[in-house]
Design a protein around this ligand. Structure first.
Ligand code: FES
Length: 116
């Protein structure tokens, strides 16, 4: 008897921009931009050519994270109560609240691929 395992992926991949140079221009270094991907809004930032994509609202009290800033430790700092979140893992590094939701992204020659 044969057994099959079927994997369903509910993730969607979006591509931001047409090429690497355009993406680097669209998202200035350490600036936070809000991007609409289908029905989902995300924040996108970068440190050099390392990109980070995360949910738009702070897990603490839902402040807009695009009003925050990126510090020198690859953390996003919420403007409201200055809680900090690691951009690689989403872990809250200062404050007490759930972690930040992070989305996988990859900079390619054809644009920034984002999985949500
Ligand atoms: S709402 Fe972001 S730290 Fe409080």
């Amino acid at each position: 008897m044969l057994e099959f395992t079927i994997f369903y992926s509910l993730m969607k991949t979006f591509v931001l921009g047409d090429n690497k140079e355009q993406v680097l221009e669209l998202i200035p270094n350490k600036k936070i931009k809000t991007v609409q991907l289908g029905a989902t809004k995300v924040c996108v930032t970068r440190d050099g050519e390392e990109f980070f994509v995360f949910e738009t609202l702070c897990p603490h009290r839902k402040a807009s994270l695009n009003q925050g800033f990126i510090n020198g430790m690859q953390e996003v700092v919420c403007h409201l109560h200055e809680y900090r979140f690691d951009l690689r893992t989403g872990q809250v590094t200062s404050g007490s609240c759930p972690d930040l939701k992070i989305f996988q992204s990859e900079l390619t020659e054809n644009g920034l691929k984002i999985q949500i």
